[in-house]
Write a protein that binds this ligand. Structure first.
Ligand code: PMP
Length: 431
């Protein structure tokens, strides 16, 4: 596969943009490669500047669900652009998208739109602190909630510990209010709550997507909710990936939980910059100008993003059967891929839910941070490169979800299975 033009562009980009990219994982650094440059995208495919075609399992990190450049969505956007690109003033479509979200998520009574998932989680945390008058936050190790200072924190070893920042530039003074628990280990949440009385909120991805897909164990989310309720801790459900992906009402619908605040993003903008946070009326009323917790945004509720979001959500609302189709297609692929892995002696596990899955290079089940973190990253690097050469684009990191859209149909699943056969054969014989 020739990638000369992409390589030349990447070289140019590194002179102008740190590492050549506007978001770190796009640099392909963790798989020791350099990125291709996209010229256009259609359906389940990306096309690069060298003329290569890639079956896309990144799907803009979950923002795309109808497939790239969906015809109906494109014409809705064109029409929206004709009416102006930004108003900084109220417009009717804001109410329409708010109604769609409230109808889909019974836990949300009032909501605000933002311009990214990061802004949504950042605002949700400020709101929780403002509402409760407390400072502490509980998060799970390995959950990613955007590049919010207080959330760029991981645990040291052991159970509940004070957080230390993951990134330079995050003051220890801020990070020390973040307590880190272990997903699927309820006792770690209990321990933190017993030890610390200043906790405003617990934020979680209900299905982990940022260590690869890790599903909550039976009742885990319900126990988390119970513990929060007993202690006056607000439960923030970060459904930036899972909302409208795993089903129309998000993971909270699947697992029967009722969070105080929910964060959304990605899908609700149909591929445009958007985020949202919403929840119980009395909590949301603490936001300015009703209350004293300040939150704002020049482009919040941008008319193009909102109208793209409305088109997407209405389509999903009226075609619920496509969630079943997305699930069935992943199940079909999963069975075949696991058979292929066994045949070629490649230790492999697949975790999946509707619309997303992760294949882990591991000989044991992956159900928490520890079991994910110990996967074979070298094997993933080899897999990634082989797959790219086959014309299939998986995320350039073991710790991401592979994202399926409505356009990943039987043809795409067959292509994927055939490529697994070739790639695992090569990997099996080289190990
Ligand atoms: N929450 C989750 C669960 C995410 O996966 C992400 C981004 N991948 C974010 C929040 C942040 O969203 P954004 O990149 O739009 O700021």
């Amino acid at each position: 596969m020739n990638r000369d033009k992409s390589e030349a562009l990447f070289k140019k980009a590194t002179n102008l943009i740190p590492a050549g990219v506007n978001s770190p994982v796009r640099a392909f650094k963790s798989v020791n490669d350099s990125p291709f440059y996209v010229k256009k995208a259609k359906g389940a495919y990306l096309y690069d500047v060298d003329g290569n075609e890639y079956l896309d399992y990144v799907s803009s990190w979950g923002a795309i669900i109808l497939g790239h450049a969906d015809r109906g969505l494109v014409s809705a956007i064109k029409k929206a652009v004709e009416d102006g690109t930004s108003y900084g003033a109220c417009h009717p479509a804001e109410i329409e998208i708010a109604q769609l979200i409230v109808d889909a998520f019974p836990s949300i009574e009032l909501l605000r739109l933002t311009s990214s998932g990061t802004e949504a989680t950042m605002s949700a945390i400020r709101l929780a602190r403002g509402f409760t008058g407390k400072r502490g936050i509980i998060k799970f190790r390995g959950c990613y909630h955007g590049h919010v200072d207080s959330l760029l924190v991981k645990a040291g070893s052991g159970l509940a510990t004070f957080g230390t920042p993951d990134s330079d530039g995050v003051p220890e003074d801020l990070a020390k209010h973040t307590y880190v628990a272990e997903f699927n280990h309820i006792e770690t949440v209990k321990n933190i709550i017993q030890e610390h009385k200043d906790i405003a909120c617990l934020i979680m991805e209900p299905i982990m997507g940022n260590m690869g897909v890790i599903l909550p164990e039976e009742k885990f989310l319900n126990y988390v909710q119970e513990l929060c309720q007993q202690s006056g801790i607000l439960l923030i459900c970060d459904e930036v990936i899972t909302g409208f992906r795993v089903t129309y009402g998000g993971a909270q619908h699947v697992y029967g939980i009722d969070p105080d605040i929910t964060c959304l993003g990605k899908i609700i903008g149909g591929g445009f910059a958007i985020g949202a946070f919403g929840g119980k009326r009395k909590i949301m009323q603490a936001l300015a100008p009703l209350g004293n917790t300040y939150q704002a945004g020049t482009l919040s509720g941008n008319p193009i993003a909102v109208r793209a979001g409305i088109y997407t959500l209405q389509y999903l609302r009226d075609h619920r059967d496509m969630y079943d189709q997305m699930r069935q297609r992943i199940e079909m692929a999963k069975d075949s891929i696991l058979r292929i892995a066994t045949k070629h002696g490649v230790p492999y596990r697949i975790n999946s839910t509707t619309g997303m899955f992760t294949g882990f290079f591991s000989d044991r089940d992956v159900n928490d941070y520890e079991s994910a973190a110990t996967c074979d990253k070298k094997a993933y690097e080899s897999f990634f490169k082989h797959m790219l050469a086959e014309g299939i684009f998986f995320a350039p990191s073991q710790f991401e979800a592979s994202i399926v859209t409505m356009c990943h149909k039987e043809r795409e699943i067959s292509k994927t299975i055939n490529s697994y056969e070739k790639v695992f054969k090569a990997m099996g014989s080289s190990s």
